[in-house]
Design a protein around this ligand. Structure first.
Ligand code: UD1
Ligand code: UDP
Length: 365
C-alpha cells in the first residue's frame, strides 16, 4: 500500500524547502502518494507563483486561499480549511517546514486527527518569544513526531526541552538542496544587467520582520542608516509587501525615493535573488533563510536583529548580528566596504543531500 503524504507550503520561505522533498519522494512512486497543499498565506505572483516556476514545481493539489489577516484570523482560517482537506483525504504523514503561521496551523490540525507530523527545520530557537515565528517553532516542535534538524544546535535545543532522542533526526539544511540544484540557473540570470549593476559593487537588502518595520521609529532607524551607507555603495532592495505597506503607512516614500543610490525593486524570483546574493559585496537583512544562503555563498551578512535562531551562521558562517542603532549599522557596513570581511565555512550537511536523507528515513519506517 502506498503511503499518503501531505507537504505543506504557505509563505515564500516554504517553497525552496519543500521543492527538493517533493522531487525526492517522486522517485519512489510505488511507495508514496504525495500531495502538495498550499495554504495561500502568500498569494502575490512575486511571493508565490514565481517560485513554483523557478523551482519547477507542479500546481498545488489543494489551494486554500487563506490570504492575509491578523495572527488569530489567519491561523484559524488555515486550521479550518486544512482540517476539511484532512478529513476528505486522510494522509499517513503531514510534513511542515519552518516557522510561519501555516506551519503551526497545519501541524495542530494533523495531530488532533492523530496523523503523524514531521517538522522540517526543527529545533531552531531565537529564545525571543516576542517573535511570532518563535511561538510557531515551539508549538510545532512540541507536537511533531519527527523532528528533522538542520544543524546540531537544533538537536541540543530539543534535548534541553526534554524531547526524546529517537524523535530527533539531524538531516541537514534542505534550503541548501534547492540552492545547489539551481545555482547554475542563477548564474545565468540577467538581473545584474537589468538593474545596471556590477559584481561586488552593491549591497543587497531585505527587510520584513515586524520588529523592524511595524514601528515607525524602528523603520526610521534603519532607513537613516541606508541613507548614509548609500553614499558609499549602491543598495539593491527587493522590498517585501509588508515593508511597502509600512513605508506608505508612515509616509516615508519620499524619503526612500530621494536616496539616489538605493534601487527599490519589487520582490524578485528565486534565480534572480540567488544571483543578487552571490554577487553582492555584502547583505543587510532580517530574513532567516538569507542568513543561511549567504553563509553558503561565503558573502558577508549583517543581520539587523538582536538575536538569531540560526547561530551556526555566526559561529561557522559569514553572518554577524548588528545592533539596531543607525550609527552601528553604518559602522558595520563601512567596515566591510573598507575590506574587513568575515570568512566562514559551510556547515555539516548543508550539502544538497538533505531531501535524500529524509526520504531514506521514511522509506525505512
Ligand atoms: C511571513 C511569516 C514570516 C516569514 C515571512 C517570509 C508568519 C507569522 N510570518 O511574514 O515568518 O519570514 O512570511 O516572507 O507566518 N502581503 C501581500 N502579498 C502577499 C503576502 C503578504 O501584500 O502575497 C502583505 C499583506 O499586507 C500582509 C503582510 O504582507 O498583511 C504580511 O503578510 P504575512 O503573511 O502576515 O506575514 P509576513 O510579514 O509576510
Ligand atoms: N527570496 C527571493 N526573492 C526575494 C527575497 C527572498 O527569492 O526578493 C528568497 C531567498 O533567496 C530565500 C527565501 O526567499 O530562499 C527567504 O524568504 P524570506 O526572507 O521571505 O523568509 P524568512 O527566511 O525570513 O522566513
Amino acid at each position: 500500500m502506498k503511503r499518503k503524504i501531505h507537504l505543506i507550503v504557505g509563505a515564500r520561505p516554504n517553497f525552496m524547502k519543500m521543492a527538493p522533498l517533493y522531487k525526492e519522494f517522486a522517485k519512489f512512486p510505488e511507495e508514496f502518494d504525495v500531495k502538495l497543499i498550499h495554504t495561500g498565506q502568500h498569494y502575490d505572483e512575486r511571493m508565490s507563483k514565481f517560485f513554483f516556476d523557478d523551482l519547477q514545481m507542479p500546481k498545488p493539489d489543494e489551494y486554500l486561499e487563506v490570504g492575509s489577516g491578523t495572527h488569530g484570523k489567519q491561523t484559524a482560517k488555515i486550521m479550518e480549511r486544512y482540517e476539511e482537506v484532512l478529513l476528505k483525504n486522510r494522509p499517513d504523514l503531514v510534513i511542515v517546514a519552518g516557522d510561519v503561521n501555516s506551519t503551526a496551523a497545519c501541524a495542530i490540525d494533523a495531530v488532533k486527527l492523530h496523523i503523524p507530523v514531521a517538522h522540517l527545520e526543527a529545533g531552531l530557537r531565537s529564545f525571543a518569544r516576542s517573535m511570532p515565528e518563535e511561538i510557531n517553532r515551539i508549538l510545532t516542535d512540541a507536537i511533531s513526531d519527527y523532528l528533522l534538524t538542520p544543524s546540531p544546535d537544533g538537536d541540543e535545543n530539543l534535548l534541553c526541552e526534554g524531547v526524546p532522542k529517537n524523535k530527533i533526526f539531524f538531516v541537514g539544511n534542505i534550503m541548501i538542496d534547492s540552492l545547489i540544484q539551481y545555482q547554475e540557473k542563477a548564474r545565468q540570470s540577467k538581473i545584474l544587467e537589468k538593474l545596471k549593476i556590477e559584481n561586488h559593487d552593491y549591497a543587497l537588502i531585505t527587510l520584513h520582520r515586524p520588529s523592524n518595520v511595524d514601528k515607525e521609529n524602528g523603520l526610521l532607524t534603519i532607513l537613516n542608516a541606508f541613507e548614509e551607507i548609500s553614499k558609499s555603495i549602491k543598495l539593491v532592495f527587493p522590498i517585501h509587501p509588508r515593508t511597502t505597506k509600512q513605508i506608505t503607512a508612515y509616509g516615508l516614500e519620499e524619503k526612500v525615493k530621494k536616496m539616489k543610490n538605493l534601487l527599490l525593486i519589487p520582490p524578485v524570483g528565486y534565480y534572480d535573488f540567488l544571483k543578487l546574493q552571490m554577487k553582492a559585496k555584502f547583505i543587510l537583512t532580517d530574513s532567516g533563510g538569507i542568513q543561511e544562503e549567504s553563509t553558503y555563498f561565503g558573502v558577508p551578512c549583517l543581520t539587523l536583529r538582536p538575536n538569531t535562531e540560526r547561530p551556526i551562521t555566526i559561529t561557522e558562517g559569514t553572518n554577524k548580528l548588528v545592533k539596531l542603532e543607525t550609527e552601528h549599522i553604518i559602522e558595520e557596513a563601512k567596515n566591510i566596504i573598507s575590506g574587513n570581511t568575515k570568512k566562514g565555512k559551510i556547515p555539516k550537511y548543508w550539502d544538497g543531500k538533505t531531501a535524500e536523507r529524509i526520504v531514506k528515513i521514511f522509506r525505512e519506517k
